[in-house]
Design a protein around this ligand. Structure first.
Ligand SMILES: [Zn+2]
Length: 328
C-alpha cells in the first residue's frame, strides 16, 4: 500500500511535472527541461514500483536523514564508509548552522508593524526562504521576502541562500520595487539550472500601511481584516524560470490591526492519515476564527491546529509561516 509519504511525494512530483510540461510548451523543445521531465517520470515510476526510498543494495528503506538531503537516493547512508558518513553528518550540520544565520530575528518591530515567523525545515536544512529587510533609515520602506525553492534538502538550501544574497545586494541599490523583482528574477535565472525555480512573495512595506506586493507563483497570502479573510492570488510565474519575466504588483493599504499571513505549502499540503490536505480552506477558516490573537499567538495556535490535524503523519516538506500586522 502506498505510504502517506509516497502520496505526498507523488503529488509534488505531479505538480512539478505540470510546471515542466507548461515550461516546455512555452519554450519549445528545451533539452534541459525535457531531461528534467524524464527525471520526474523516473521518480514517479520508482513510486509506482514501490522502490522510492528503497535501497538498491539491501532492499531496505533508506534512512530518513539521507532522504531529506537526497529525496531520490538509491543507496543507504550505512553502506558508505565510516569516514564518508561522518563527513555527511558534519557537512549537514554546518549547512544547517549557516542557513539559520540567514534568518531574520524571530520577532521584529519596525515602524508601524509587528512581524513574527516560524521556520521549520523537514530535515536539517530548508528550501524555504524567509527574510525581513528592515528600513535603512527612518521613513524608508521595509521588505519582506518569502518563498519556497523547488526541491528539498541541501540543493534547495543553496538556492535559498542565493536568493537571499541577490535580494540583500539589490535592495541597497535605488531600483523601483518593480525593477527589483524583475532584476532578482533575472539574476536568479542566470545562475540556476533551468528547472530550478522558486515561488516567491515579495512585498515593500511602508510605515504608513502601504504594501506593494508581488506573488510569483506562491501559495496565496491571506489578508485578514476585521475577521474577514481574502487571499492574494498569484500574479506571475515562479522566479528563476524565465529571465525576462514581467511581474505585476498589487497595492494594498493596511489599517491598524490588519494582518498578512504568509505560509509555504508544507503547511497546506501536508496530509493527515486519511490522506486529506490541511488545505487553504482550513487555514482560512482557522485564521478568520482566531484573528483576534496577537501575531506570535496566532502562529502558535495555527501550528497547534496543524499538529492536531496531522495526528502523527510525518512531515515531508519544509514549513514556514509569517505574520505581519499593522500596529501603527
Ligand atoms: Zn541499503
Amino acid at each position: 500500500m502506498e505510504t502517506y509519504k509516497d502520496a505526498a511525494m507523488r503529488s509534488q512530483l505531479h505538480t512539478r511535472r505540470e510546471q515542466l510540461v507548461q515550461a516546455i510548451t512555452q519554450t519549445g523543445d528545451n533539452q534541459q527541461l525535457v531531461r528534467l521531465l524524464q527525471d520526474v517520470d523516473a521518480a514517479l515510476e520508482r513510486i509506482d514500483n514501490g522502490k522510492l526510498g528503497i535501497c538498491d543494495v539491501c532492499h531496505e528503506p533508506i534512512e530518513d536523514r539521507r532522504l531529506q538531503v537526497e529525496p531520490f537516493a538509491t543507496i543507504c547512508l550505512s553502506h558508505l564508509s565510516k569516514e564518508q558518513q561522518d563527513a555527511f553528518e558534519r557537512d549537514l550540520e554546518l549547512a544547517s548552522a549557516i542557513q539559520r544565520k540567514l534568518l531574520p530575528d524571530k520577532q521584529e518591530r519596525i515602524d508601524g508593524w509587528e512581524v513574527h515567523y516560524h521556520y521549520e525545515p523537514a530535515g536539517l536544512v530548508s528550501g524555504d526562504y524567509c527574510d525581513l529587510i528592515k528600513p535603512e533609515s527612518k521613513g524608508r520602506d521595509a521588505y519582506i521576502l518569502f518563498g519556497d525553492v523547488s526541491g528539498k534538502g541541501v540543493a534547495a538550501s543553496l538556492l535559498m541562500s542565493r536568493l537571499h544574497a541577490i535580494f540583500r545586494s539589490l535592495i541597497i541599490s535605488d531600483l523601483s520595487f518593480h525593477q527589483l523583482v524583475e532584476k532578482a528574477n533575472k539574476l536568479f535565472c542566470d545562475s540556476t539550472l533551468s528547472a530550478h525555480f522558486a515561488t516567491l512573495v515579495s512585498a515593500k512595506v511602508s510605515k504608513d500601511g502601504d504594501v506593494e506586493i508581488c506573488n510569483a507563483g506562491h501559495c496565496p497570502p491571506l489578508l485578514i481584516r476585521n475577521g474577514q479573510v481574502t487571499s492574494i492570488s498569484s500574479t506571475g510565474i515562479p522566479v528563476g524560470m524565465f529571465c525576462d519575466t514581467r511581474y505585476e504588483l498589487k497595492n494594498l493599504n493596511l489599517n491598524k490591526g490588519d494582518t498578512l499571513l504568509l505560509y509555504t505549502d508544507g503547511l497546506t499540503e501536508t496530509r493527515n492519515p486519511s490522506g486529506e490536505d490541511y488545505s487553504e480552506e482550513r487555514l482560512t477558516k482557522f485564521v478568520a476564527d482566531n484573528h483576534h490573537l496577537i501575531p506570535s499567538a496566532l502562529i502558535s495556535a495555527c501550528l497547534a491546529d496543524f499538529n492536531t490535524f496531522r495526528s502523527g503523519a510525518s512531515k515531508v516538506d519544509d514549513l514556514t509561516i509569517m505574520v505581519l500586522r499593522r500596529n501603527g
